[in-house]
Write a protein that binds this ligand. Structure first.
Ligand SMILES: Nc1nc2c(c(=O)[nH]1)N[C@H]1C(S)=C(S)[C@@H](COP(=O)(O)OP(=O)(O)OC[C@H]3O[C@@H](n4cnc5c(=O)[nH]c(N)nc54)[C@H](O)[C@@H]3O)O[C@H]1N2
Ligand SMILES: Nc1nc2c(c(=O)[nH]1)N[C@H]1C(S)=C(S)[C@@H](COP(=O)(O)OP(=O)(O)OC[C@H]3O[C@@H](n4cnc5c(=O)[nH]c(N)nc54)[C@H](O)[C@@H]3O)O[C@H]1N2
Ligand code: SF4
Ligand SMILES: [Mo]
Length: 750
């Protein structure tokens, strides 16, 4: 878009709050940082961290600092569009919102009448502002088939497992009178990944002030690993074995807290039997972590109390996700790090319940949920507080009609071709649909395949109640619409508009009404919250110790009775990843290296922000991390393009050589596409990590998780390159390069 067209698109439909400074909440990631939006002459002129916000105390990360670039990006979608050629041909015509929502309502009603509401799937990505509204819309529409690309893979294995083990979601306490004396970072790098778990700023504060002991379990030597008291360099995908050996060491070396275990846990004797032969020596063979290091870590964990376990999505990215989470989630209980200041404490989700309308989905529809009979912890109300469909099963139904044909897919904030496993299969899946709607900020490779594309609002253009239930000393913040670019609309408005036009019985209330329902328990209205910015809810301690845990036995269930009821093993076990040097040795001649993918970096949020210059400048290319010895053997030098191949496909990334990775392991960045390249594919085939992965299973028996970490690959120097890049320059954004440098420098390597 040229500059004049861009300026006139900005002027069109311009709506802003009055000149001045307005409180809001950054949502460039899962979110939560309080912000101040400065408006002058109807334009946003500055965004800064709100010093009064207890979560970030005035700070912003590089993505937050690039918020204005996102708001004013010339590549943003600014009006609804309808496909004007064949699907995926990249030809579009502009239409009005009325035409768009009329057509969507009519087509969805038609499909619902012809094939049942279950033939319509609703999709979203991870934790954006409207994530709770997606199941609300699906329930109102009567379809059980909604889901997100993280659903089975990310966070919910932890949330659901902790609920079934502890009775509720446990969070790390960095706000009590006592800060943790030990932090164990297991497959998690919150300094970069921030709000997936605690906010990175709080973790940094705790590290700086308390100087706790740290234990890091990671195949890569991250900044946290380099500074750790002990770093366990685990083979990707084998955290379950390491977890069992850790439990063994705590129990059989007499390190566990006997008094706490006797009083507050259920099933210790059974657990002890289960791990009797899972010695550190046994685990060393499997995980490549020396036995004495496992013992050393267990001793530090038991000796430095209170302590917290920060575990991340890396441990959820295998088909044994649930039992891995189960094993690790017992480590705080075994040493009594529960329900006291500076330990694991209860999250706050009960304080602002979202009306997700789960009760209006008829029982017979719920049973039609794809995955329902198979993955009970993901799909059933008994297994999950936010049950959803098993998306690989939904995609299979879209392609094959088995067990019934899913004909329509409405996506609100997801780039499935980039973020689900198997890029090629995802492309074929979307191409097989009768009707595809995509609401997004940009015309992504997935949006390019749609029948109708809807221009979504970015965070400064949205009113929302932001709850942070996954932090201790929780905060509820207002996000407020300060601006509107072009005809962009928030997803909440789209859901209500489509529901009204379809004549649905539920889900038609205006968003403001829903916000007030959410806040009712806190005795504040949304209008008041906007003025205040945020409210804080005091953390409670010693509650479960007094009243009992919210499980059938009233105790922390080391032996999970609810797992047993759902037909799952009540005790954790080890299972080798489906493709590995141990499970498929016959493949190691052709694919000799172990591959892991997706560790977060501070500049991008999953597949987002590669079009924002100040962020892209920090990471112009996708990078594969390799050990220098491995690279030397393969004739690869720093910065060379490397071809990474698996049984599924290949991708190209540039070599980043580091001694902080095992010579037998490679790590690729995930979610890459190149918005600067020609549409409709925008280079999605070249460098995306999911060209290497499979969505065909095996799956976790409770959660339906597939494997993203710990598979086999080959590496070779590539003659081709994926992209040659020079930073795009555009006058409509403020450079935030300085903030990025400040943020990155102290942490130099990730
Ligand atoms: N800046 C930024 N923040 C983000 C995101 C983003 O894209 N960018 N994404 C958000 C999302 S959706 C999520 S789920 C979180 C994820 O954030 P985290 O939970 O922190 O997960 P990752 O950064 O993917 O991986 C964490 C660490 O696990 C290591 N790792 C890789 N494989 C294995 C393994 O097999 N075992 C173990 N023990 N460790 C392994 C990696 O080397 C990495 O250092 O971040 C969220 N926050
Ligand atoms: N190989 C590999 N694959 C992975 C992972 C990995 O580690 N390795 N991680 C997995 C994990 S943990 C997750 S959670 C998923 C993440 O996957 P997703 O959360 O689906 O992430 P994206 O693919 O970035 O899709 C998000 C899209 O939503 C758009 N968007 C942003 N905000 C809004 C909004 O407010 N409204 C609307 N309508 N659109 C918006 C963005 O422009 C973007 O196109 O990826 C998974 N995929
Ligand atoms: S961590 Fe960064 S992107 Fe996330 S809410 Fe805070 S400033 Fe925004
Ligand atoms: Mo995620």
């Amino acid at each position: 878009m040229d500059q004049t067209t861009f300026q006139s698109a900005l002027a069109e439909n311009r709506q802003t709050l009055p000149d001045g400074v307005h409180k809001s909440t950054c949502r460039m990631c899962h979110g939560g940082c309080g912000t101040l939006i400065h408006i002058k002459d109807h334009e946003v002129v500055k965004v800064e961290g709100n010093p009064e916000s207890p979560l970030n105390e005035g700070r912003l990360c590089p993505m937050g600092a690039a918020s204005m670039e996102q708001l004013y990006s010339p590549q943003r979608l600014k009006y609804p569009m309808r496909r004007a050629g064949d699907r995926g041909e990249g030809k579009w015509e502009r239409i009005s919102w009325d035409e768009a929502t009329d057509q969507i309502a009519a087509r969805l009603t038609e499909i619902k009448v012809e094939s049942g509401a279950e033939a319509i799937a609703i999709g979203t990505g991870t934790g954006r502002h409207h994530c709770n509204w997606v199941p609300r819309f699906a329930n109102a529409l009567g379809t059980p088939n909604w889901g997100e690309s993280g659903g089975a893979q990310c966070f919910f294995p932890r949330v659901n497992t902790m609920k079934l083990t502890y009775g509720d979601h446990m969070v790390c306490d960095y706000t009590g009178d006592r800060l943790p004396d030990c932090i164990m970072f297991w497959g998690h790098n919150p300094i970069y990944s921030s709000a997936d778990g605690e906010l990175g700023f709080r973790v940094k504060n705790a590290l700086a002030t308390q100087k706790p002991k740290t234990i890091v379990i990671d195949p890569r030597e991250t900044m946290l690993a380099r500074k750790a008291d002990v770093w366990l360099q685990v083979r990707p995908g084998t955290d379950d074995a390491l977890g069992l050996a850790f439990i063994h060491a705590l129990i059989f070396e007499g390190l566990y807290d006997k008094a706490f275990v006797d009083e507050y846990t259920h099933g210790f004797a059974e657990l002890k039997e289960r791990v009797r032969d899972k010695t550190p020596e046994w685990a060393a063979e499997i995980t490549w972590v020396p036995a004495d290091k496992i013992r050393e870590a267990a001793k530090i964990w038991a000796d430095s109390k209170p302590g917290v376990l920060e575990f991340g999505c890396a441990i959820e990215h295998t088909p044994n996700s649930i039992q891995t989470v189960r094993a690790l989630s017992m480590l705080p209980a075994l040493v009594g790090n529960v329900d006291v200041p500076g330990a694991w404490v209860f999250g706050m989700q009960g304080h602002f319940p979202f009306p997700n309308l789960v009760e209006v989905l008829p029982e017979e529809q719920l049973k039609k949920r794809l995955g329902y009979g198979d993955y009970k912890i993901l799909c059933s109300n008994e297994g999950s507080p936010q049950p959803s469909a098993h998306m690989p099963s939904v995609f299979r139904a879209m392609r094959t009609g088995d067990p019934y044909r899913v004909r329509a897919f409405c996506i609100f904030g997801n780039n499935p071709i980039a973020s689900y496993a198997d890029t090629k299969k995802m492309y074929e899946t979307l191409m097989a649909l009768d009707f595809l709607v995509v609401a997004d900020l940009y015309l992504t490779p997935s949006a390019e395949l749609a029948d109708i594309v809807l221009p979504a609002a970015s965070w400064m253009e949205v009113d929302e109640v932001v709850g942070m239930p996954y932090f201790s000393e929780s905060v509820v913040l207002a996000q407020q619409k300060a601006y509107q670019l072009g005809e962009c609309r928030n997803d909440e408005w789209m859901f209500v508009e489509i529901a009204r036009k379809m004549g649905l019985e539920h889900g038609t209330e205006a968003p403001e009404e829903v916000f007030d329902q959410m806040l009712a328990k806190q005795d504040i209205t949304f209008a008041e919250l906007k003025k205040k910015g945020h409210i804080q809810i005091k953390q409670t301690y010693f509650q479960a110790r007094g009243l009992g845990f919210n499980t059938p036995t009233g105790k922390i269930e080391l032996y999970a009775t609810q797992f047993e009821k759902l037909g799952l093993d009540p005790l954790p076990y080890y299972e080798e990843p489906p493709e590995s040097p141990l499970s498929t040795p016959e493949l190691t001649d052709e694919y000799p290296y172990v591959l892991t993918s997706g560790s977060r970096i501070p500049m991008f949020f999953n597949s987002e922000y590669r079009q924002l210059p100040s962020l892209r400048k920090g990471r112009p290319f996708p990078e594969v991390e390799l050990h220098p010895d491995t690279a030397a053997e393969l004739g690869i030098e720093q910065g060379d393009w490397v071809k990474i191949s698996t049984k599924r496909g290949t991708c190209l990334q540039r070599a980043k050589l580091t001694t902080g990775i095992d010579p037998r392991v490679a790590h690729v960045q995930s979610h890459w596409w190149f918005p600067e390249e020609e549409g409709p594919h925008y280079g999605i085939w070249k460098s995306n990590a999911n060209r290497l992965t499979s969505q065909d299973g095996p799956y976790d028996p409770g959660m339906g998780t597939y494997c993203l970490r710990g598979m086999l690959c080959n590496l070779e120097k590539s003659k081709e390159y994926a992209v040659q890049w020079s930073p795009p320059v555009h006058p409509n954004y403020q450079s935030s390069a300085t903030e990025i440098q400040e943020f990155i420098l102290p942490d130099a390597a990730e």
